[in-house]
Ligand binder design. Structure first.
Ligand code: MN
Length: 756
């Protein structure tokens, strides 16, 4: 770290002076939130940060220390956090980027600060090192939320400063960072109630993702500003007079709309700028006489305003009596303004306003005044519950979590009058699971406002719900479609899994007992016989159906005794010659039995009256051969199955070299009418209409049917997968050729493995 080169020494001295001025600026900005005795801690953290980043420059050319100091400033003056957080912000990149270790931090600053730095370093691992955002990593990041929320808050400040200085990054990085910001950080800021930061993140993200849109809206706002201010004044003047007459101390201003929110509204409602911009919103922030009168003063102001302007019926939003889940409190109303336009009026106390703008930290500051658990506490508790649940897979979790970030909420009541907050469109069943998973599992219906309703009844704010349960109730798979909350979904999935396990166990015991009675040993041959007879494809399915009583074993004896001279083998338009010798393959005829529907999924069954063997045919999962592929068969006498592989499949090659005696030559016979599943993966440059062109190409190919198509676009690229039913490999190759001719398509590939 030290060097004797005179050049560098001069630089370091310059850097020291520069750093010192930054430090003074920081101390000036945090004086409000920091006690004098804490300054020592901040100085210590600053000195270590300065020392460890010494000589390093940011992309923009300034010494690196600028970044941690700016992050610390945001942490204190924009989020309102205290000395420990300021110190952590100063140190946030030290472990990550310099030779100091977490142990050093622990030694110098103690356990608490070290654990926050650890959390911040882990998040950096998640986001800054990987090329794309991954669900599992996102989950890891949120895990830190349960350790200390300050980790997330400092990370948000870090992101905000990086967004403010994104200019100096290369374009591809700009897009990646801006994308992550709008996808994750802005919603997170919103959820933590950091309104100002959320808005700035959204605007900055838009600026880099759609620079033209951003500039255009910014210009239009500037052009209209004067006119808007006049309108605000005209509307506000009578209110100002009236409130002053009533000795209320207040501020009134027109709530400025952010560029992003204007753009978003234009998109969502499909309306021009002017129409969005025209909607005026006014905010009144008052100083209450004392904390107890805060709420009644909101209503007093409401009453004074509606003496002047007529309120729109049904447009009152009371977030004083029941605050939003992110802690937001205010009274909103919409009134008819002087020039015949609706104006939204927001009424807040200074405390409410601070919570609305600064969110979490401000909320904590006032926490002492309230004894009961706040909505934000409850939310964090809920997230914690979700995170601690090891069953939900990461991607699912991300979906649920994002849903929880965005969705509006409803407030409903238990029978006893306890308030529960649920996402919009939650059902009676969601409510049941919200109370307790056992209540959910046993729910058969509900009474909403004393009226009987089904479990999928969609609740509305203010509903009072009583869940009706029965011990006889059985969980049904369909329930998953009736619930909205992550909690309910996880509980249902878990319960179904547990129940299936139980049923399989029960069914297995029943069958084994029965077979014992009949003195039959349950070997492969027995199952080959009974599985098709009961129209099931696997042992588990058989057990499960026996366990649940769907399959009864009354005629098991008869089935086992059945004459097996007329052998049945499963067949998929495939002809097998039964020996490895060069004898001519036998001719077979395809006759669908009464049980077989002629559809894509079921293999056909042919009767082969002359053969003694009773082998069934299965298609290897490793290579998924379809009619037309060059194939071979591997005859496994133990399980009485001929496994069909593509001849070029590595497993087939291995089998051919090691178990040559069991290889049988096979070839496709009939290919008409039969379809097999094939999967393609494709990618290319995204352009308008490319998806439509692809689907057209597929539908032009008469012999091909789409089963599933999935196309995703990001950063100007699209990637997709198509699952198709095709008759043979020629049709498939034709299609691949036609798709690759489409403008923009870069590659089309067949994927051998198909998960079903
Ligand atoms: Mn950083």
């Amino acid at each position: 770290m030290s060097s004797n080169s005179p050049d560098i020494k001069t630089n370091i001295t310059d850097e020291d002076q520069y750093a010192e001025s930054l430090y003074n600026g920081l101390i000036a900005s945090c004086s409000k939130h920091v006690k004098v005795k804490d300054i020592k801690l901040i100085r210590k953290a600053f000195d270590l940060a300065k020392e460890s980043h010494k000589g390093v420059k940011r992309k923009s050319g300034e010494p690196y220390i600028l970044h941690p100091v700016e992050v610390a400033k945001i942490v204190t003056s924009e989020i309102g956090l205290g000395a420990v957080s300021i110190a952590c912000a100063l140190l946030h990149d030290v472990v990550e980027d310099t030779e100091y270790t977490l142990e050093d931090i622990k030694h110098l600053f103690g356990e608490k600060i070290a654990s926050i730095i650890d959390g911040l370093t882990k998040i950096s691992d998640v986001f800054d090192k990987h090329s794309s955002l991954q669900a599992e990593n996102f989950r890891k990041m949120l895990l830190t939320l349960s350790d200390d929320v300050r980790v997330i808050l400092i990370k948000l400040a870090d992101r905000l400063h990086n967004m403010r200085t994104l200019e100096s990054m290369p374009t591809n990085k700009q897009l990646k960072i801006a994308g992550e910001t709008i996808y994750l950080y802005a919603p997170l800021a919103h959820r933590l109630g950091l309104y100002a930061i959320k808005t700035e993140l959204e605007d900055l993200s838009l600026k880099y993702r759609h620079p033209h849109v951003f500039d255009e809206i910014a210009h239009k706002i500037a052009d209209n500003e004067k006119k808007r201010q006049q309108e605000i004044n005209r509307f506000s003047l009578p209110i100002i007079e009236k409130l002053e007459k009533n000795n209320i101390e207040f501020d009134i201003n027109g709530r400025p709309k952010s560029i992003f929110s204007i753009w978003n509204k234009m998109q969502v409602k499909n309306i021009p700028f002017e129409e969005v911009y025209d909607l005026m919103a006014i905010r009144i922030v008052f100083k209450p006489l004392n904390p107890e009168t805060e709420k009644s003063q909101c209503w007093q102001i409401y009453s004074l305003i509606t003496d002047i302007y007529t309120p729109k019926p049904d447009r009152i939003r009371d977030w004083i009596s029941s605050p939003k889940a992110n802690g937001y409190e205010a009274l909103h109303t919409t009134v008819m303004g002087p020039n015949g336009k609706w104006v939204e009026v927001q009424i807040r106390s200074q405390r409410m306003d601070e919570i609305a703008e600064r969110g979490f930290a401000a909320h904590w500051k006032y926490k002492g005044e309230k004894t009961n658990e706040s909505e934000l506490d409850k939310w964090i508790k809920k997230i914690r519950e979700m995170l601690e649940n090891p069953n939900s897979d990461a991607l699912e979790f991300l979906d649920e979590f994002k849903m929880n970030l965005f969705s509006a909420e409803i407030m409903v009541f238990t029978q006893k009058g306890d308030l529960k907050t649920l996402p919009k469109y939650s059902t009676a069943l969601d409510f049941a699971y919200e109370i307790h998973s056992e209540i959910g599992n046993k729910a058969i219906g509900a009474k909403v406002n004393h009226k009987l309703v089904p479990l999928n009844y969609i609740l509305r704010s203010g509903d009072q719900i009583e869940v009706i349960t029965s011990n006889k109730q059985k969980i049904q798979k369909e329930w998953l479609g009736h619930v909205k909350t992550a909690k309910a979904k996880t509980s249902i999935t878990d319960a179904i899994k547990a129940e299936t396990k139980d049923r399989i166990k029960k069914g297995k015991t029943i069958l084994e007992t029965k077979l014992k009675e009949l003195k039959v040993h349950p070997n492969g041959r027995v199952f080959k016989k009974i599985l098709p007879e009961f129209e099931v494809v696997s042992k588990d399915e058989l057990y499960s159906k026996i366990g649940s009583g769907i399959i009864r074993l009354d005629n098991l004896k008869k089935i086992l005794k059945k004459n097996t001279k007329n052998k049945i083998i499963r067949y998929w338009g495939l002809q097998i010659s039964k020996s490895t010798s060069s004898s001519k393959p036998k001719k077979t005829e395809i006759t669908p039995t009464h049980k077989q529907k002629f559809n894509y999924k079921d293999p056909l069954i042919i009767r082969d009256t002359s053969e003694e063997d009773n082998f069934s045919i299965e298609f290897a999962k490793c290579c998924n051969p379809i009619p037309g592929d060059v194939v071979m068969g591997y005859k496994n006498p133990d399980v009485e199955v001929v496994m069909i592989h593509k001849s070029k499949c590595p497993n087939a090659i291995k089998l051919m070299s090691s178990e040559g005696n069991f290889i049988v030559p096979v070839k496709w016979t009939s290919q008409k009418y039969l379809s097999s599943l094939a999967k393609l993966s494709l990618n290319g440059i995204d352009r308008v209409g490319v998806a439509a062109d692809i689907t057209t190409a597929i539908s032009n190919e008469l012999s091909v049917n789409i089963r599933k198509i999935f196309i995703e676009t990001h950063d100007g690229i699209f990637e997709g997968e198509i699952e198709l039913y095709v008759h043979n490999v020629n049709d498939l190759n034709n299609l691949i050729m036609n798709i690759s001719k489409i403008k923009g398509v870069d590659s089309v590939k067949r994927i051998e493995e198909i998960s079903k």
